[in-house]
Ligand binder design. Structure first.
Ligand SMILES: Nc1ncnc2c1ncn2[C@@H]1O[C@H](COP(=O)(O)OP(=O)(O)O)[C@@H](O)[C@H]1O
Ligand SMILES: [Mg+2]
Length: 251
């Protein structure tokens, strides 16, 4: 089973220069196959840096990361990344955006159509196949973005504050829909956010990071039952976890 592991990872930007800045220190984490983990921490604690390293966009100065026991080096479609800013191509329709990766790898027309149908349905964009990104709301563009990453069939989805720019209601809908999609596909998701409620609602496990240099200060197992619905956010159990984690974040 694919499992991602981070062992004693540290990172210093500009190591051995006067401007050296240590942003991560002694990070040990494991993300079991099919699990949903969120990483929370105040702005600047190194969340994006950690996620980008797991995507293989650059290497840590110390420590190692493995997927299924293999060292992570460079980008690979087994690890798909969704950023806060959507990466949708404005010159492609919704359908063409979703099948972009498979098309690039030489998927046949029929395969492309199958992939488009499956993921457009899954992310809730049925009926919008032939629309252009400029005709979509921010939430819908995010759905295209997520569909496009899923269409590459990665083992791990790395999401960096993907809903950070959306209004509160759209955000809640996107969270519920993401859980449905995840429930059906059973990919491993690593989700970075500074929104504690979002992290609790989505996750099996919430990792709390300290301010720079980012270290793991706490790991909370979230045992709230699934499937989860919005009303759960108002239960005593939920609010108790929220209060606890809120107190741990450095404000
Ligand atoms: N390429 C870079 N070179 C130098 N410093 C960087 C670089 N990227 C990020 N940083 C610094 O590293 C720290 C952590 O950044 P980041 O990982 O983006 O934090 P977060 O996502 O938690 O807000 C910040 O102080 C940021 O300014
Ligand atoms: Mg960030």
């Amino acid at each position: 089973m694919p499992e991602i592991k981070v062992n004693n990872l540290s990172h210093t930007f500009g190591k051995n220069t006067p401007a050296a800045l240590t942003v991560l220190e002694g990070i040990d984490l494991s993300f079991p196959s099919g699990s949903f983990t969120s990483i929370v921490g105040t702005s600047g604690c190194g969340k994006s840096t950690l996620l980008k390293m797991m995507a293989g966009l650059f290497e840590p100065s110390d420590g190692e990361m493995t997927l299924d026991g293999d060292a992570i080096k460079g980008t690979d479609r087994r690890r798909g990344m969704v950023f806060q800013q959507d990466a949708v191509f404005p010159w492609m329709t919704v359908a063409k955006n979703v099948s972009y990766g498979p098309r690039l790898r030489g998927a046949s027309r029929r395969e492309q159509k199958e992939i488009e149908a499956k993921w457009i349905e899954m992310v809730g964009l049925k009926g919008f196949e032939d629309r252009w990104p400029r005709e979509l709301s921010g939430g819908m563009r995010k759905r295209v973005d997520i569909g496009r990453v899923y269409a590459n069939d990665p083992d791990v989805l790395l999401m960096d504050e993907p809903f950070g720019a959306l209004d509160a209601q759209t955000k809640e809908r996107m969270q519920s829909d993401l859980l449905k999609t995840w429930g059906r596909s059973k990919k491993t998701i690593i989700f970075v956010t500074h929104d504690i409620e979002e992290a609790i609602f989505l996750s099996d496990k919430v990792v709390v990071m300290s301010a720079r240099p980012g270290r793991i200060s706490h790991i909370e197992e979230i045992t709230l039952p699934r499937p989860r619905d919005n009303e759960m956010r108002l239960t005593d159990e939920f609010l108790q976890i929220k209060r606890k984690l809120w107190g741990m974040l450095e404000h």
